[in-house]
Design a protein around this ligand. Sequence first.
Ligand code: GLV
Ligand code: MN
Ligand code: MN
Length: 390
Amino acid sequence: MLEPLAHVGRDPATGGYVRDAWSPADLELRGWFAGEARRRGLDLREDRNGNLWGWWGDPSPRRPGVVTGSHLDSVRQGGAYDGPLGVVSAFAALDLLRARGVTPAVPLGVACFTDEEGARFGVPCMGSRLLTGLLDPERALALKDDDGDTLADVMTRAGRRPHEAGRDDETLAMIGTFVELHVEQGRGLVTEGRPVGVAGAIWPHGRWRFDFRGRADHAGTTRLADRDDPMLPFARMVLAARELAARHGVVATVGKLRVSPGNANAIPGHVSAWLDARGADESAVRALVADLTAGAAADVREESWTPVVDFDAALRDRLARAAGGDTPAPILATGAGHDAGILATAGVPSAMVFVRNPTGVSHSPDEHAEQADCEAGVVALADVLEDLCR
Ligand code: GLV
Ligand code: MN
Ligand code: MN
């Protein structure tokens, strides 16, 4: 089922995927979702924030549904599974339930959330944050991509109505429970020797933009003593982030950088760098960012923050039993963010199923899942849905 998606947004030079929200690749993926939903006779809806829903049954606030799904956008040069595996598995689990002759007692929905990765506009889980009201739509619509286009611009160009974006109680009221299947982004299940696991918690995490300003000048004629080079405090910040992360027992990454104007033969005038910091303990993450900010000659702005998510324990244990066969599926904490975490924060009972990733690598083309493990994931998801839909 992943096969029809294999070419969409794929960089042939690297094998990585570039699937920015609202890009031509994303629109093609949305078209694929619509086709899969229609082919199964599901009622296809797009909410005001661009999230897609395919309903088997007719949910209402009095009879909310059990929803499963994930996202189809990607980090830049990402793998084939982060996101799509959860959407494809949602359709496959629904097919399996039908093949088993199951008639769900409550509506069953398949969801695809918009812009989970935040690759284009910098804020992750945009679709679910807007839906739940955790992100101010005015701020979201004004965010700019690398070309200077705002979210409002690109939504308008895609034929959407951005002024309608924002908290959507009507759609939220349709979600009784949400279950997201995802490729594991580490080697926990490899260590456990199990194909499928269940999420226990998501670490608190955030993104911060550091702006270092200096003075652009000639690389050959400017004496060292006369330079105001913002690359130097930037470099110190990167090294400090690594040291402070080790000291505070968290992880910190600078993976995105903009150097302006970007000449090989000029001292830059401006360096913007993005810090991603995460850890099991929120105060330790906050301490790292505070220490780094205090020591850096930069303007620092928090672009997103996601508090810790402890998934509902009763639901988690029920899933671990339903997904585990004879022995409950292992429960894993993760440092990766997900729409399921946003929904959980907004009060929707939510849970996650993880599928083993033999490389443990993610946000890279080396991300992998074996066919047999994906099938085990679909069976586990179908078992979980059958249990929840009773
Ligand atoms: C999303 O995958 C994230 O954890 O950044
Ligand atoms: Mn991801
Ligand atoms: Mn994902």
